[in-house]
Design a protein around this ligand. Structure first.
Ligand code: IPD
Length: 276
């Protein structure tokens, strides 16, 4: 542990974002480069459909090494290896999904991403999502707006829930999916249409730039939504749970203020946060 380096490392959102972008771009390049070999080396996690490839693990190791080389006092929470190291008090906790959309990665659908966020004292202050298949990039700093390149993002302004295109996702547990399927079947007649794109981080960035009007999912982990949640929030999107709860494992709803309430109420009515 290099205390000197940790003490000296500045932790402004802009500095953290700069590092995050550099590291995430290199990680995305690794994911893309490794794909042909990695999809032949696939394991499973919570269920037979919850896959992990050699690239998920290699990319996570690469990111952890790069972050801790630059900022030795920080901690990293990653999807594949959990917490890499106990962070110093007041240090940054990085939250990483090395490949969000692993099933898309496996099948070659160009919708998988590196998601990396920096959290200070429990608050995400910087985040980047890089679509590893296309190179598209979304960034945000707390209070500094959400950006795709030099375009500031502001979400969409749908006329109402009935005209809204809503994204969602499903967990890997069959019983949870059965509940999620019932909820989405009841929501479908109330909205313009439903999309299931397969990578939560990219779904949130899509809401930020107005390519979706809203998104909800039960069962997301911090690495799925830490960076994309900041991008959406900074684009003026309301990101919350149901009935005043914070967004998290039970439910995350992201929508422009104009349709947040009707979407929230429809999901609450359907007990979208309930079930297994
Ligand atoms: C998954 C994706 C998917 C969402 C799942 C997540 P992973 O992440 O974000 O869209 O519906 O809930 O677990 O497993 O590909 O990193």
């Amino acid at each position: 542990m290099n205390q000197f380096a940790a003490d000296r490392a500045p932790s402004t959102p802009a500095v953290l974002l700069d590092l995050a972008v550099r590291v995430a771009r290199e990680a995305a390049a690794t994911a893309r480069r490794m794909r042909a070999g990695a999809i032949g080396d696939v394991g499973t996690k919570s269920t037979a459909t919850d896959v992990v490839t050699a690239a998920d693990k290699a990319v996570e190791r690469q990111v952890v090494e790069a972050l801790l080389a630059a900022r030795p006092g920080d901690g990293v929470l990653g999807e594949e290896y959990g917490t890499s190291e106990t962070a110093q008090p007041g240090a940054v906790r990085w939250i990483l999904d090395p490949i969000d959309g692993t099933v898309n990665y496996l099948y070659g659908l160009p919708q998988y991403a590196v998601s990396l966020a920096a959290e200070l004292e429990g608050v995400v202050v910087a985040g980047v999502v890089v679509n590893a298949a296309t190179g598209d990039e979304w960034t945000a700093t707390r209070g500094g707006g959400a950006w795709r390149g030099d375009r500031r993002l502001r979400g969409s302004a749908p006329a109402g829930l009935g005209q809204a295109l809503i994204g969602t996702g499903f967990g890997y547990d069959a019983r949870r999916r059965a509940h999620q399927g019932r909820v989405v079947a009841e929501l479908l007649p109330q909205v313009r249409d439903i999309r299931r794109l397969g990578a939560a981080a990219l779904d949130l960035c899509a809401v930020a730039e107005g390519a979706l009007d809203g998104y909800y999912e039960k069962g997301l982990n911090p690495w799925d939504w830490a960076a994309g949640g900041l991008v959406a929030t900074e684009a003026g999107i309301t990101v919350a749970g149901l009935r005043g709860a914070a967004p998290g494992l039970d439910m995350l709803v992201a929508a422009p203020p104009v349709i947040f309430e009707p979407l929230h109420d429809a999901l609450a009515e359907l007990d979208a946060a309930g079930g297994p």
